[in-house]
Write a protein that binds this ligand. Structure first.
Ligand code: PLP
Length: 420
């Protein structure tokens, strides 16, 4: 069991990976940068949005908008129904058994904070540990450090190898009687390493420890099935899955969410309010205080429809071919060092170029209309592990083609010639 659904029958959508046709669905990819066609290779930071998602945001405000769960009038009921429908879409997309297991939040970061404050904090005692890995995004380090600091607990990191893979034996050793939670990234936003999350869940569960999966870089690249994975929590962001920014989802097992106190108070999360005391709403509403980004949530559902129609198996194949092409091409550039060499890599490749600061690489590529990421990519401990303070990172999405990778390679060749 690896958390992936049984392979779908060969999707008719394969034809949708005609790069030109797919690219044409993304209006921003028609714009020019520095007078050149935009080559967007920063989807790990945020994906671009297809016209249908942008149109859904617009049409929701034009035709369907009102506040939800409050009005008896038709428009409010329609908006509420669309919001509820989006939750069912997220449920189906993630493979959750129950719609109540999906909590809408602002992003993956907020989902992790929710678990840190409402699930972990009440049960943390001095000496307790939260186990993460050396390849985590800061969003999966800092929230744990904050609650751990308040309670005399600490965050422990499982080491990674020079290939940028988790050392599973070392990880298993670090799950002890003091471990209260294992929180691990599925796909590294820097190395692209795909971690064996099903194996990690099984390992931790054998020792009675719950597991959170940071799937911010996973759910847009491959099928996911939280019920098969048996993870306790999983987090993701809409803006990395072709949806709008400002919306994310937390999956949590119903029995765990049900036992958790609220973490923010306000409208919608209550059952009955009085000055002598307040009782709280059922899950998931208990964790959704105040008016959410209603239009964003509806458009998130549209983005998941877009991905579902492409077929996640087909997306995975398309992107795997691009990453393989990129690895071959980058290996030909003198002085270029790729961080890590994991057996399974998805979506992202980080690298350095001898003599050139990553910032310079990013700025020079921008002159060619090529957008990549430079810096620490919110993963300082990972860069430290590789003896670096920064790197350059290319990452792909469904709209990329081999021509984009070739443009990057040509740009990097020129830059290598300038600095070496
Ligand atoms: N986790 C990983 C692996 C990420 O790559 C990111 C964002 O880059 C996050 C968490 C945080 O996502 P967000 O900024 O959408 O909350």
């Amino acid at each position: 069991m690896n958390g992936l659904r049984a392979p779908a029958p060969a999707p008719p959508a394969e034809a949708a990976f005609d790069p030109e046709a797919l690219r044409a669905q993304f209006p921003i990819l028609r714009t020019k940068m520095q007078g050149r066609p935009l080559v967007y290779l920063d989807s790990a930071a945020s994906t671009q949005k297809p016209a249908r998602v942008i149109e859904r945001l617009k049409s929701f405000y034009e035709r369907d908008y009102a506040n939800i769960h409050r009005g008896v009038y038709e428009l409010s009921q329609r908006a509420s129904a669309l919001h509820d429908e989006a939750r069912r879409k997220v449920q189906a997309f993630l493979g959750a058994r129950d719609w109540r297991e999906i909590v809408f939040v602002r992003n993956a970061t907020e989902a992790i904070n929710l678990v840190a404050y409402a699930f972990l904090r009440p049960k943390l005692e001095p000496g307790d540990e939260i186990l993460v890995t050396e390849m985590e995004h800061h969003a999966n380090i800092v929230p744990w450090q904050i609650v751990a600091g308040e309670r005399g607990a600490r965050v422990v990191a499982a080491p990674i190898t020079d290939a940028g893979e988790l050392d599973l034996d070392a990880l298993a050793e670090r799950i002890t009687g003091r471990t209260r939670l294992v929180s691990v990234v599925w796909v590294s936003n820097v190395l692209g390493t795909v971690n064996p999350v099903a194996e990690i869940v099984a390992l931790a569960h054998r020792k009675g420890v719950p597991v959170l999966i940071d799937a911010a870089q996973a759910v847009q690249h491959q099928p996911v099935d939280v019920a098969a994975l048996d993870c306790d929590f999983l987090v993701c962001s809409a803006h990395k899955t072709y949806g709008p920014s400002g919306v994310g989802a937390l999956y949590g097992k119903a029995e765990l969410l049900d036992a958790m106190p609220p973490w923010q108070g306000g409208g919608d999360m209550i059952e009955k309010v009085g000055f002598e005391g307040t009782t709280f709403n059922e899950i998931p509403f208990r964790f959704e205080a105040g008016t959410p980004d209603i239009a964003g949530i509806v458009a998130f559902g549209e983005a998941l429809d877009f991905l579902g129609e492409l077929g996640l198996e087909a997306v995975a194949r398309h992107e795997a071919a691009l990453i393989a092409h990129a690895q071959r091409s980058l290996a030909q550039i003198p002085g270029l060092r790729v961080l890590g060499a994991p057996k399974e890599r998805r979506s992202a490749i980080a690298f350095t170029l001898e003599g050139a600061h990553p910032q310079d690489i990013g700025m020079l590529l921008d002159l060619d209309g090529i957008a990549i990421r430079t810096g620490h990519h919110c993963a300082m401990p990972l860069h430290e592990r590789f003896g670096l303070s920064a790197s350059a990172r290319m990452s792909v999405g469904v709209y990329n083609s081999e021509a984009d990778i070739d443009a990057l390679t040509a740009g990097l060749r020129r830059i290598a010639g300038m600095f070496q």
